[in-house]
Ligand binder design. Structure first.
Ligand code: ATP
Length: 211
C-alpha cells in the first residue's frame, strides 16, 4: 500500500480488486465514465456502498455524469500496487501446488510465484510452470526478501514450515492446508480450506437455496 494515501477501511479495501477488474474491462472497451448504478449491477455491491467506498478515494461522482474511469483506474493501480509485482514463494508442489504454479496469477494480477519448495527428490531441481523447485532445506538460503508464501503442503508439516518462514520475516501466508497456523500477531494468515468452502456452499444451497 502507498503510505501517502489515507487509510481505507478493511471492508472497502477488500472490494478494491473487484472494482479494479471491472473498471479495467470498461476501460479496455473504451468507456470514459461509469455510474454507481452500472457499477453496482456489475460487481453486485449496492450503490450506496459504492458511493461511500469511492468517497474514500476522493472520487466524488457527479450527478448525471458518474465517475471518471481513468481517474479511478489510476487510483486503484496505485493503491493495489499494480505497478509493482509482489514475489511469492510456494511450498508443496503436489496437485494443488502444481496447478497454482501453472496458473501463476500473472494475467490480471500483481503477484507472481517466483520459487517453490518441496522435499520429493523427483520434484526438487525441476521447473514447474517455469518456476524453479528447491529443496525445503534451501528455504533460508533461497527465500531472500520474499514476504508472501502459499502453503499447499500436507497439513502436518504446515506449522514447522510456517515457523521457519516467520524466522525469515514473512509477512503474509495463504494457507491452503487444513492446519490452523500459529503466528505472531503482526503476520497475516489467510486460510482457504477448499473442502470446508465447498461443504459450506453445498450446505447453503440445501438450506437456503430456494429462497
Ligand atoms: P501428489 O499427488 O503430488 O502427492 P498431493 O497434493 O496429493 O500431490 P500432498 O501429500 O498433499 O500431495 O503433498 C503436497 C506436496 O507437498 C507434495 O509434492 C509433497 O512432496 C510435498 N511435501 C510433503 N512434505 C513436505 C515438506 N515438509 N516440505 C515441502 N513440501 C512437502
Amino acid at each position: 500500500m502507498n503510505n501517502e494515501q489515507p487509510k481505507i477501511p478493511q471492508a472497502t479495501a477488500k472490494r478494491l480488486p473487484l472494482y479494479y477488474r471491472f473498471l479495467k474491462n470498461l476501460h479496455a472497451s473504451g468507456k470514459q465514465r461509469v455510474s454507481s448504478a452500472e457499477l453496482s449491477e456489475a460487481v453486485k455491491v449496492d450503490s450506496a456502498t459504492i458511493r461511500r467506498d469511492f468517497s474514500y478515494f476522493g472520487a466524488l461522482g457527479k450527478k448525471g455524469y458518474g465517475y471518471n474511469v481513468n481517474y479511478l483506474l489510476s487510483f486503484f493501480r496505485k493503491t493495489l500496487d499494480q505497478d509493482e509485482t509482489t514475489e511469492v514463494a510456494l511450498f508443496g508442489v503436489g496437485n494443488l501446488g502444481t496447478a497454482f504454479l501453472n496458473y501463476n496469477f500473472s494475467k490480471n494480477n500483481n503477484t507472481k510465484i517466483v520459487m517453490a519448495f518441496d522435499v520429493d527428490p523427483d520434484k526438487v531441481g525441476t521447473e514447474v510452470g517455469g518456476v524453479p523447485v528447491y529443496h525445503l532445506d534451501e528455504l533460508e538460503e533461497k527465500l531472500g526478501g520474499i514476504t508472501v508464501a502459499i502453503l499447499t503442503v500436507p497439513a502436518q508439516v504446515a506449522q514447522p514450515i510456517t515457523d521457519r518462514l516467520v524466522q525469515k520475516g514473512i509477512k503474509g501466508i495463504l494457507n491452503f492446508t487444513p492446519a490452523r497456523l500459529h503466528v505472531p500477531e503482526h503476520i497475516r494468515v489467510h486460510h482457504i480450506d477448499l473442502a470446508v468452502e465447498l461443504q459450506s456452499l453445498v450446505y447453503f444451497l440445501k438450506h437456503y437455496g430456494n429462497e
